[in-house]
Design a protein around this ligand. Structure first.
Ligand code: URA
Ligand code: SF4
Length: 199
């Protein structure tokens, strides 16, 4: 227990000081915070998004803006409390104008996420959006099963990489549902799978 706290603190401190990619300059210029991640350190379920948006970069908290509101509603719809899960992102600093993560940024930043996963050891990782999906499915040795997110959203994949028994589930990114009720319905249907997992 204490070890988990200490190791996560170490990751956090390293991220707070990180200058490994050019997003750090953006962060400093705008007086943004990096968003390390937050939630239950013994979480069975971990959510991995893409990168902080504006609201997140201003506060240092993951999914606290419009996409976060959708995520909160989705969690609510299946009776999961935010404090039961852990929420992190592939990139810890905000890309300008919320553009896609660049390969160089993912390469430099993803070791933090990998360590968070190894420390928390969740049973299930919910991959929010295609960037998180592509990166983590490859990491978990599932590269042969990667398809477009419109094909494999809501499906369970088992992996034994990183010496953990982990199930990953790709989901559409909650941001797609901000102005699109149909996508919200798809996400709600997909989230139902999590109910069987928490039982
Ligand atoms: N979108 C993400 O991918 N992550 C956040 O933390 C917020 C919005
Ligand atoms: Fe470091 Fe990641 Fe921020 Fe780049 S995005 S500066 S690698 S913490």
């Amino acid at each position: 227990m204490k070890r988990i706290e200490e190791e996560l603190k170490k990751v956090k401190n390293e991220v707070l000081d990180c200058k490994k990619c050019s997003l750090y300059k953006e962060r400093v210029k705008n007086r943004f915070y990096p968003v390390v991640g937050e939630g239950n350190h013994q979480a069975k379920i971990m959510f991995v998004g893409e990168a902080p948006g504006l609201q997140e970069a201003k506060t240092g908290r993951p999914f606290c803006g419009a996409a976060g509101k959708v995520l909160d509603e989705l969690l609510d719809s299946v009776g999961i409390k935010r404090k039961e899960v852990y929420i992190a992102n592939l990139l810890k600093c905000r890309p300008p104008e919320n553009r896609d993560p660049q390969p160089e940024e993912t390469k430099n930043c993803s070791p933090y996420l990998e360590r968070q996963i190894e420390i928390i050891k969740p049973r299930v990782i919910c991959l929010l959006g295609r960037h998180s999906m592509n990166f983590l499915m490859e990491k978990f040795g599932l590269e042969n099963q990667i398809e477009g997110i419109s094909k494999i959203h809501g499906r369970l994949f088992e992996s034994k990489n990183l010496s953990l028994n982990i199930t990953v589930i790709p989901f559409y990114h909650p941001a797609v549902a901000i102005y699109n009720p149909n996508m919200k319905k798809v996400l709600e249907e997909d989230f139902k799978i999590l109910k069987t997992i928490i039982k």
